[in-house]
Write a protein that binds this ligand. Structure first.
Ligand code: SF4
Length: 175
């Protein structure tokens, strides 16, 4: 049986380079380092200084930074490739834009739910309704989305109190 052992390779001073990262100070003694895909490591300001100037001797910290793709050994290509794969996966929905469009066709509602977060208006105040013209324009905008699937959600208030705009939110016949 072959026994595989993980050998810790100690990094010498200046034996690493920074990968793209952001830093944010959480308080006087704590900074969070994050990369493009959200991997993160917490460090103290002193630790960050030594990592940046290449004098860090804390091998455990350097190992964590390498594992989170925040630093790499010069000449290594795998960390950047892994980072690129993760970033592509994370961003792959962007070319399709959003498929979800929410139409708030009225703020009127005849209910008084205690948890309501809407600027609810009484059922008589139809000046808070979306006009049919606006509904058509909003729908045309939604259909410009390159997403292969569209989901249109009607919200309010009570959307059925403005049924003409809700019902009118469908493509106009052309020709
Ligand atoms: S808008 Fe919705 S949550 Fe608010 S009172 Fe009406 S039904 Fe309830």
């Amino acid at each position: 049986m072959i026994k595989l052992e993980r050998t810790a390779t100690a990094l010498p001073a200046h034996g690493w380079q920074l990968l793209p990262l952001r830093f944010h100070r959480l308080d006087a003694d704590l900074i969070v380092l994050t990369n493009l895909v959200g991997e993160h490591v917490f460090v103290t300001p002193g630790e960050l200084s030594t990592v940046v100037d290449g004098t860090c001797a804390d091998q455990e910290l350097l190992a964590r930074l390498r594992a989170a793709h925040l630093i790499q050994v010069p000449g290594e290509t795998l960390p950047a490739e892994l980072l690129a794969i993760k970033l592509r996966t994370r961003m792959q929905r962007l070319p399709d834009s959003t498929g979800l469009h929410i139409f708030v066709v009225t703020l009127r509602c005849e209910h008084t739910c205690r948890y309501c977060q809407v600027s609810r208006q009484s059922a008589a105040k139809n000046e808070f309704d979306m006009t049919e013209e606006t509904a058509h324009r909003a729908l045309e905008l939604a259909f410009r989305s390159p997403s292969p699937q569209l989901k249109i959600e009607f919200q309010g208030g009570e959307p059925l109190l403005n049924f003409p705009s809700s019902a009118g939110s469908r493509p106009r016949p052309t020709g």
